[in-house]
Design a protein around this ligand. Structure first.
Ligand code: COA
Length: 201
């Protein structure tokens, strides 16, 4: 783990920066379009903040872009066994209906730099940032709606993320699908428990 630490600088993505940088392409057209055209509007309305790592040797190159916002995991309507498991993760003085977290709404690594460990390094950066004692709010989980593609799911699993639901059928119903409909999920809800960071430190 070192490429972005040694070769990049972290910035909030702005319109001026987008105008000064080469187009960012991560291989997913929807994500590329979001970063180019929607990200700064999300920031303006405080709906999501987009950050990027730019290459020090050529600051017109965005190596990675990510969008973060506050989120939570709904506990009260999870399937019973999963709900019991989630409840076992914390104290019980007053049952919480939702557990706080930060959502990685978007994440893309430039195709030029893909497959070199940068995505994993960025996930490690996000974990450290929100586990930090200087974080202003309670934040127990890093949450992601991961693109439902085996390679992307494997990428998050490799980085310690767990599916909230053990089956796609359960998740389909939780997200509003009807039992009579065919199960189709564009994304899978996954989380990383930031208390894992305490075990490592
Ligand atoms: C998914 C993504 C962020 C991973 O970043 P990365 O820097 O390539 O990730 P790493 O090098 O740390 O890990 C690579 C692993 O991710 C997986 N992967 C998923 N998509 C990949 C892609 N397009 N290119 C290369 N690896 C990819 C590989 O299986 C690889 O597994 P391995 O380590 O067993 O070889 C990046 O490939 C990307 O931006 N993809 C397009 C956008 C996307 O799907 N974003 C996820 C939205 S939830």
């Amino acid at each position: 783990m070192a490429f972005i630490t040694e070769n990049c600088t972290f910035f909030e993505l702005t319109d001026d920066m987008l105008a000064a940088c080469q187009p960012f392409t991560c291989g997913n057209d929807d994500l590329d379009d979001f970063f180019a055209n929607d990200a700064t509007r999300y920031a303006h309305f405080l709906m999501g903040k987009t950050y990027c790592f730019r290459l020090n040797s050529d600051p017109t190159k965005i190596v990675c872009a990510l969008t973060l916002s506050n989120d939570s995991i709904r506990i009260y309507d999870l399937p019973r066994s999963r709900r019991d498991y989630m409840k076992s993760l914390t104290h019980h003085e007053k049952p919480l209906r939702r557990y706080p977290g930060v959502l990685i709404g978007r994440l893309g690594v430039s195709s030029e730099f893909a497959g070199q460990g940068i995505g994993s390094e960025v996930l490690q950066f996000i974990k450290g940032w929100f586990f930090s004692s200087s974080n202003k709010t309670g934040c127990r989980f890093v949450i992601v709606d991961a693109v439902n593609d085996p390679e992307v799911i494997a990428f998050y699993e490799k980085n310690g993320f767990i599916n909230l639901f053990s089956s796609e059928e359960q998740e389909f119903i939780y997200t509003g699908g009807k039992k009579s409909q065919p199960v189709e999920l564009a994304t899978r809800l996954m989380y990383y428990d930031l208390l894992e960071m305490r075990k490592k430190s």
